[in-house]
Design a protein around this ligand. Structure first.
Ligand SMILES: [Fe+2]
Length: 264
C-alpha cells in the first residue's frame, strides 16, 4: 500500500469537513425556501454531471432585487428581446472562439503561418466582444450563460472538422461562419434598437468587428478585375468547399468560370 506522508493526510482530514459544510447547508435550506422559483443559471450544483440534461427553454432572466434600475423595463417584451439578443450573440461569439483556436492550432498548408497569426488576432478580438456582451447582460439585470452545453445547443455555426485543416478549408470555413454571425447580429441590432438603444449600439461595434474578420478571410479568395483568384490553387487545384450562400463582394456561383461558392 502506498505510504502517504503524515502531514498530507492530516491536511486532507481538515479539508473534507471545510468543503462539505457549505454544500450541505445549501442543500438543506436553499431549495425548500423557494420551491416554485425558476432555476437560476448559477443554481446548478457544481457536483451535477456536466453532461446532465438541462431543460431547454428561454434563457434565464434572473430577478435581482434591491438594485438601481438600468436598461429596459424588467419583464417587458423589450427586456426579453434584449436579453435574448445578447445571449444569442454571446453563444455565437463563444462558438467562434472555440473554432478560431481549433483552426489556429491545426491549420496547415502554404498559408498556415498567416492564418495561424490572423486567427489568434480574431480570437483576441472575439474574446473581448464576448466579455462586453456578457457583461451588458449583467448590467441590465440578467445573468449570462456561457456554459458548454448552451454553446453546443444554441449556436448556428456548424462544427469545424477535426484534425489538420487545409488553409483553403479554413478560409472557406470562417468566410461562412463570420457571415452567419454578422447576419444574426445585424438582426439583433434592429430588434434591440427600440427597447434598448445602448445594447443596439454595443452590438453595432461587435458587428463591425465580425464584418472586418469576414473581409479578412474573404480577401484571400476574392476575385479582382485582373485576377479571378478562385482560391483553387490553395487546395491542389481542387474546388474549395465554400458555402452555397454568396458572401458580400463575392461573384455569384458560376461566374468568372468558378464554382467557388458551390458545395461539392
Ligand atoms: Fe497559439
Amino acid at each position: 500500500m502506498t505510504q502517504f506522508p503524515k502531514r498530507l493526510l492530516a491536511g486532507t482530514a481538515l479539508a473534507i469537513p471545510l468543503l462539505a459544510g457549505p454544500v450541505l447547508a445549501q442543500s438543506a435550506g436553499g431549495q425548500a425556501a423557494q420551491p416554485n422559483q425558476a432555476p437560476r443559471a448559477d443554481s446548478i450544483s457544481p457536483r451535477a454531471g456536466i453532461r446532465e440534461f438541462q431543460p431547454l427553454g428561454s434563457y434565464p432572466t434572473n430577478t435581482v432585487t434591491n438594485r438601481p434600475f438600468v436598461g429596459p423595463q424588467e419583464g417587458s417584451e423589450g427586456y426579453k428581446t434584449t436579453v435574448a439578443a445578447l445571449q444569442r450573440t454571446l453563444t455565437e461569439l463563444q462558438q467562434l472562439q472555440l473554432e478560431q483556436k481549433q483552426a489556429h492550432w491545426n491549420v496547415s498548408g502554404t498559408l498556415w503561418l498567416t492564418l495561424h497569426e490572423l486567427l489568434q488576432e480574431h480570437y483576441a478580438g472575439t474574446s473581448k466582444y464576448a466579455d462586453m456582451v456578457a457583461e451588458r447582460l449583467l448590467s441590465i439585470g440578467s445573468s449570462s450563460d456561457g456554459r458548454a452545453h448552451t454553446i453546443v445547443q444554441g449556436s448556428s455555426i456548424p462544427e469545424i472538422p477535426g484534425g489538420y485543416l487545409d488553409d483553403a478549408q479554413v478560409i472557406a470555413w470562417f468566410t461562412n461562419a463570420y457571415k452567419i454571425v454578422g447576419d444574426e447580429i445585424r438582426q439583433s441590432i434592429k430588434d434591440t434598437n427600440e427597447p434598448d438603444p445602448t445594447t443596439s449600439n454595443l452590438l453595432q461595434g461587435v458587428e463591425d468587428g465580425i464584418d472586418k474578420y469576414q473581409w479578412q478571410m474573404r480577401a484571400f479568395v476574392q476575385a479582382t478585375p485582373t485576377d479571378r483568384n478562385t482560391g483553387w490553387d490553395l487546395n491542389d487545384n481542387k474546388p474549395i468547399d465554400l458555402p452555397s450562400n454568396t458572401p458580400a463582394g463575392q461573384p455569384p456561383a458560376g461566374q468568372n468560370g468558378t464554382q467557388l461558392n458551390q458545395r461539392k
